[in-house]
Design a protein around this ligand. Structure first.
Ligand SMILES: Cc1cc2nc3c(=O)[nH]c(=O)nc-3n(C[C@H](O)[C@H](O)[C@H](O)COP(=O)(O)OP(=O)(O)OC[C@H]3O[C@@H](n4cnc5c(N)ncnc54)[C@H](O)[C@@H]3O)c2cc1C
Length: 487
């Protein structure tokens, strides 16, 4: 049995804590906040509840595996509700509502443009094959450069389409812009635009179309609350309101943490706090080479978000997940890519009150709006900009959906990239971590077993395999293969 500390009770830290405590280790999670969840925690405005960050729960098989490895059954612990249609996509010319039914989607695309349905089927069937070859690379560690010579990697290389992006690979199947954008806006889950995201990621929408999307009664934050409860039930110790001040290292080996000015010794330390934040703020730079603060400044980071949480006095006809695409979505993507501002924004809206009465009082609703925006490398005055984004939102809703939201607002809260940095300890407010370009993925992403310091491990969006919930949960599963009980 080892004495293990985890820095942060985000989804990654909690999943790792659940698994490691079940294996018999003596695990303590230190969380700076009063509650668990990090970027995925619950936000409250009176009786209204919001998920701070993640709202899309996909590929739940990985979360099921986390629960299984911790001695529990996910479906017995949480209410997972399938979402149908998956989302409503509002383009200036057409509104599409894809489902997790391949043939229904074919009919939907054909009804828009005859023949588009065949392009969809080709895309779907290609993705199925791609998924089967690429997923093994995301399920296992990538600690050695020789991992690229393993059979599963070599087999996946054609599917990775190394010279293409998500955008160019879809354009080859059909040039219709709405077809391309409906199957590529998911690149934003990686904090990238479809012009940047490597073509391998075209399988992301396939995870939705092929396996469905889910909501958890009470919001996705409930997953964290449940994981915290089961972690403690497995014998773990959870210390909230306890920020870690320093990760202590000697002779290239971690030996403990500094908390409240005291030194606590541990055999192993797992970092769940944002990777680049932890490297710049929690470890003395003299212990770091490859990931010292100077080198980290040269890395590519994801975009950020402005999130607007609205407590409303009624429930509007907005789907559980809805995206309103900019008038000129191509121009918008290019602007975001260059960390530039545009008025022609795209909005993702989450309206869980249409299916979940735990989010707001009866007849009212808790509306979540996300606008992808540049990270803090884009030098903007966020206090002014957030008000501008809010006004653009109300205008777009009036013009595009005929919804006048403002008279119905009872209360509101806004989070900007600066808040993600200052309150959530997210480096540059880049909420989807280091970007997912190929030179920052797999072996080239910070390793789960941290390569610079012994007995130090990483879990969460900043390490392999990546920054969405399924990959974050998978990083906890991968960790288990490294942290073994001492003989
Ligand atoms: C707006 C938004 C929308 C998103 N939408 C989705 C989505 O729909 N689907 C999806 O799959 N993913 C989504 N994500 C991405 C990702 O799933 C979440 O960001 C997720 O919460 C990241 O988990 P994590 O464990 O890596 O880190 P975090 O959630 O950031 O957890 C890290 C924890 O470390 C704590 N911490 C930091 N510093 C210290 C310290 N010094 N001492 C102690 N504790 C510390 C933090 O308080 C936090 O609790 C979204 C993210 C955001 C921000």
């Amino acid at each position: 049995m080892k004495k293990i500390a985890i820095v942060g009770a985000g989804p990654g830290g909690l999943a790792a804590g659940m698994i490691l405590s079940y294996k018999g280790h003596d695990v303590t999670i230190f969380e700076k906040d009063s509650e668990v969840g990090g970027r995925s925690k619950v936000l409250k405005l009176g009786d209204f509840r919001f998920d701070a960050g993640p709202t899309f729960l996909m590929y739940v098989e990985i979360l099921e595996e986390v629960f299984k490895r911790s001695g529990y059954n996910l479906r017995e612990e949480l209410d997972l509700l399938p979402i149908d249609p998956l989302y409503r996509l509002v383009f200036p010319k057409v509104t599409l509502e894809p489902t997790s039914d391949r043939l229904k989607n074919k009919t939907m695309y054909d009804a828009y443009i005859p023949g588009l349905g065949d392009a969809y089927i080709k895309w779907y069937d290609d993705q199925k094959k791609k998924f089967d070859t690429i997923t093994p690379l995301l399920l296992r560690p990538f600690d050695s450069i020789f991992d690229y010579l393993r059979l599963d990697t070599l087999r996946a290389i054609p599917a990775l389409q190394l010279s293409k992006t998500v955008y160019t690979s879809l354009k080859k199947i059909h040039p219709n812009p709405e077809f391309i954008h409906s199957l590529s806006f998911q690149a934003k889950y990686l904090g990238m635009s479809s012009y940047q995201a490597p073509a391998g990621f075209t399988f992301l929408p396939y995870l939705e179309h092929g396996f469905g999307l889910f909501h958890v009664q009470g919001g996705l934050n409930k997953i964290n609350e449940k994981m915290a409860e089961l972690f403690v039930k497995n014998g773990g110790t959870l210390k909230t309101n306890t920020p870690v001040e320093e990760i202590l290292v000697e002779n290239k080996k971690v030996y403990g943490l500094k908390v409240n000015g005291h030194t606590y010794k541990f055999d192993d330390v797992v970092i769940n706090a944002d990777f680049s934040y932890a490297m710049t703020k929690l470890i003395d730079p003299k212990h770091l080479k490859k990931y010292n603060p100077k080198k980290l400044e040269k890395k590519d980071y994801s975009i950020s978000t402005i999130n607007i949480y609205l407590a409303l006095d009624k429930v509007f006809d907005i789907k559980h997940h809805q995206v309103i695409f900019s008038n000129d979505y191509d121009a918008y993507l290019k602007k975001i890519l260059n960390n530039e501002f545009t008025d022609d924004l795209s909005f993702y809206i989450h309206n869980p009150s249409v299916m979940d009465d735990a989010m707001a009082p009866k007849g009212k609703s808790a509306l979540y709006v996300l606008a992808p925006v540049p990270n803090l490398r884009g030098k903007l005055d966020w206090d002014t900009y957030k008000l501008k984004v809010e006004q653009i939102l109300y205008k777009v809703l009036k013009e595009r959906l005929n919804i006048d939201l403002e008279p119905h607002i009872l209360d509101k809260m806004i989070i900007t990239p600066k808040d993600w940095q200052d309150d959530y300890n997210v480096h540059l407010g880049a909420v989807f971590n280091l970007s997912h370009k190929l030179s920052q993925m797999m072996h080239f992403r910070p390793h789960n077993k941290f390569e610079e310091i012994k007995n130090l491990y990483l879990v969460g969006g900043g390490t392999h395999p990546g920054s969405g919930l399924p990959t974050i949960y998978q990083s906890a599963i991968i960790l288990e293969s490294f942290i073994k009980p001492e003989k």
